[in-house]
Design a binder for this molecule. Structure first.
Ligand SMILES: [Cu+2]
Length: 70
C-alpha cells in the first residue's frame, strides 16, 4: 500500500470535491480518498500493483481538472 498526494487545480466547490472523490474511489486498488478544497489536494491510499498516480491523474484531468504533480 502506498499513499500519494495529488495537487489538483480547478476545484471550486463541494460538487468538484465529490466528483474527484468518486473518480478516485472508482479505481480498483484505491482504499482511501480524502479531497481537500482548501488545500487543492487529494490524498489517496492505493495498492501499487493495481493502479498508479499517473492513471488517477489522467482520469481527473479527463473530468476537466488539472493535476500539477502528475
Ligand atoms: Cu465545483
Amino acid at each position: 500500500m502506498l499513499k500519494t498526494i495529488l495537487n489538483i487545480e480547478g476545484m471550486t466547490c463541494d460538487h468538484c470535491v465529490s466528483s474527484v472523490t468518486k473518480i478516485l474511489e472508482n479505481f480498483s486498488g484505491v482504499t482511501e480518498v480524502t479531497v481537500s478544497l482548501a488545500e487543492n489536494t487529494a490524498t489517496v491510499s492505493y495498492d501499487e500493483l493495481k493502479t498508479t498516480p499517473s492513471e488517477m491523474s489522467k482520469a481527473i484531468e479527463n473530468d476537466g481538472y488539472t493535476v500539477k504533480n502528475r
